[in-house]
Design a protein around this ligand. Structure first.
Ligand code: NAI
Ligand code: MG
Length: 342
């Protein structure tokens, strides 16, 4: 059923519920005729057990070769001095864009017909964490100072990604979110650069801008006015969680980390140790992440088919895992989606 040439991609099953929801997802992808051929590699606790490193060299080498990965949630080891796997991946592969789409699918969601994609700058801004304290008198932490860093090149790269994403995926408008009225340099450079990119897309993708606090309010009052949002690191972190809340929470939130040297797709949620091994986890977020991966390789058609199948399985066939108020197991749910994509 696969059309076009096969595409090799790295698959990291991950920890906790990871192996269960990843197996459910790859099964559906096969039925869908997705072009991926998986190179399975370890990460997280599974990587530590196998070779003492939560991000083994073999896994990095695989991603370096395939430039494409679907990653299960990784349990962060407590103690032991391990650096965050996500930070290492971000640095190693220059993952500058964090793409987080939200769509209403959850039954009984408070908001229907939401369909917004947030594109967050992932390497700059206040999250560079150039921080220090200035001692005064006996108080070593009397003053805390943090410097944000936004570059014109970084602002252009994320803006071009957002406008190009909009154009490629049939989106109508990109909203530039900033705080340039107060942080005139730090977020002014972002607004100015994003507006230059917007001008280059005039006639193809519309554009407007919002101040971040107003945007946060409007996301609750009238989220339907938004299509694609592009913003800096801290604002994107906050607004993307707000947006996930509009559509029923993390069980429905996929994320893509796009870089110069690779693209890594994952669910936003973690390894859910409380329900691991029980076969009851909701695989929707990982399935939607696989949908983003299909879009990334140019198979918007298959991504749309996958999303429609997930919708129909939930809304028409009534397949619902426990977190959606149903009784379906992970496998039952995957079978229901599988029937719809076949
Ligand atoms: P979590 O997202 O794993 O779980 C929070 C709650 O949501 C739990 O009650 C869990 O059962 C539920 N939940 C999460 N995903 C679900 C799903 N697909 N279906 C049904 N219920 C689901 O967050 P928590 O407990 O804070 O973290 C657990 C571990 O995961 C930690 O080691 C953390 O560091 C790691 N983590 C990893 C991430 C990644 O690799 N991208 C992201 C977030 C956390
Ligand atoms: Mg966050």
């Amino acid at each position: 059923m696969t059309q076009g040439s096969p595409i090799e991609a790295t698959l990291i099953p991950g920890d906790g519920i990871g192996p269960e929801i990843m197996a459910a997802t790859t099964k559906v992808l096969t039925l869908l005729g997705a072009p991926f051929v998986w190179d399975v590699q370890q990460g997280g606790m599974a990587g530590i057990t196998a070779g003492g490193d939560p991000l083994p060299e073999a896994t990095l080498a695989s991603i370096r070769r395939t430039k494409l990965a679907l990653k299960g949630p990784l349990t962060t080891p407590v103690g032991g001095g391990f650096r965050s796997v996500n930070v290492r991946l971000r640095e190693t592969f220059g993952l500058y864009a964090n793409v987080r789409p939200v769509r209403s699918i959850a039954p009984d969601g408070r908001y229907d017909n939401i369909d917004i994609v947030l594109v967050r700058e992932n390497l700059e801004g206040l999250y560079v964490a150039f921080e220090h304290y200035i001692p005064i008198g006996g108080d070593a932490h009397a003053v805390a100072i943090s410097s944000g860093v936004n570059t014109r090149a970084g602002s252009r790269r994320i803006s071009e990604y957002a406008f190009d994403y909009a154009a490629r995926n049939g989106r109508k408008k990109v909203t530039i979110v900033h705080k340039a009225n107060v942080l005139k340099a730090l977020t002014g450079i972002f607004l100015e650069t994003a507006q230059q990119v917007a001008a280059e897309y005039e006639g193809r993708v519309a554009s407007d801008d919002r101040i971040v606090d107003a945007c946060a309010m409007q996301l609750v009052l009238n989220p339907w006015q938004f299509d694609v949002i592009v913003t800096t690191n801290l604002f994107g972190d906050i607004l993307s969680d707000e947006m996930a809340g509009l559509v029923g929470g993390l069980g429905f939130a996929p994320g893509a980390n796009i870089g110069t040297d690779a693209a890594i797709f994952e669910a936003v949620h973690g390894s859910a140790p409380d329900i691991a091994g029980k076969g009851i986890a909701n695989p929707v977020a990982v399935m939607l992440a696989a949908g983003l991966m299909l879009e990334h390789v140019g198979r918007v058609d298959l991504a749309q088919k996958l999303r429609a199948a997930i919708d129909a399985a939930i809304k028409v066939d009534g397949a619902r895992t426990r977190d959606m108020g149903g009784t379906a197991s992970t496998e039952d749910f995957a079978a229901a989606v599988g029937k719809r994509v076949g």
